[in-house]
Design a binder for this molecule. Structure first.
Ligand code: ADP
Ligand code: MG
Length: 236
């Protein structure tokens, strides 16, 4: 199962959720590899840094370009139950790498903060997904709503964010489980060189655990559906 985190905008919490997912899958006993295509990202911690510090047993790959990526992805798919990739930001300049990644992905996960600036560019992400689906029609996409703040109007009414997403991109599915803003948990993780799901109990930890459980069950449903489709194609 190849999972890719993508967005055309930076700072949407791609690497933060991706690193927690890698460690969560590893803790569940799955054989997981991280693929970091945004290692040089300025400022925030990359997938390489977060996973490297939190769980050194998880192998991390950093393909240099889309050609290297094209060779690597099928090999990793054979070797690992799961790969979790952090796509490069800025879809315009990196469109080829992103399309290559999505052509070989089963799931693309698109984190957003509850802000118009993070949600409006979903149309760009959707175009890239549509292009990848010409070659990879089974690619599934999910939006993850992160950083919900109960002190704000949208934080108290998450359905308004789901409605906004659907008014812009009617076909993009949104994960039911949302993640609350939790500066304390993310800050402790940063200081301790861990990820949030390894730290003490916190709202973000609770939400991430529930989010990943929902995702895993979605992935199991999708595997079942694809094998049914393959069986019916083989029989027809
Ligand atoms: N639920 C949350 N509450 C508070 N801070 C968060 C939450 N999720 C992520 N963050 C923080 O948001 C910042 C940006 O996330 P990051 O994963 O680096 O974004 P991206 O990879 O999309 O550029 C990081 O400092 C991260 O720790
Ligand atoms: Mg990042």
């Amino acid at each position: 199962m190849n999972i890719t985190f993508a967005h055309s905008k930076g700072g949407v919490t791609k690497s933060a959720i991706a690193s927690n997912l890698c460690v969560w899958l590893h803790k569940k006993g799955h054989n997981v590899a991280a693929i970091d295509l945004d290692a040089g990202a300025y400022g925030n911690k990359s997938l390489t840094t977060s996973v490297g510090q939190a769980e050194p047993e998880i192998p991390i790959y950093q393909p240099a370009d889309s050609a290297e990526l094209r060779d690597l992805l099928p090999q990793l798919a054979e070797q690992f139950h799961f790969t979790v990739a952090d796509a490069p930001g800025g879809f315009q300049s990196t469109a080829q790498t992103n399309i290559e990644l999505l052509k070989h992905s089963d799931f693309v996960l698109i984190p957003v903060k509850p802000e118009f600036d993070a949600i409006e560019p979903l149309t760009v992400v959707e175009e890239i997904i549509d292009e990848a689906r010409l070659e990879n029609p089974l690619l599934e996409a999910r939006v993850i709503i992160n950083c919900l703040d109960g002190r704000t109007r949208t934080g108290r009414d998450p359905q308004s964010i789901v409605d906004l997403i659907h008014s812009i991109c009617p076909n993009l599915r949104v994960m039911r489980q949302k993640v609350r803003v939790d500066f304390s948990a993310f800050q402790s993780a940063r200081i301790n060189g861990t990820v949030v799901i390894q730290g003490g109990r916190s709202p973000a930890q609770e939400d991430l655990n529930a989010l990943f459980a929902e995702l895993l069950s979605d992935m199991i449903v999708s595997i079942g559906r694809h094998s049914q489709q393959q069986a019916s194609t083989a029989n027809s």
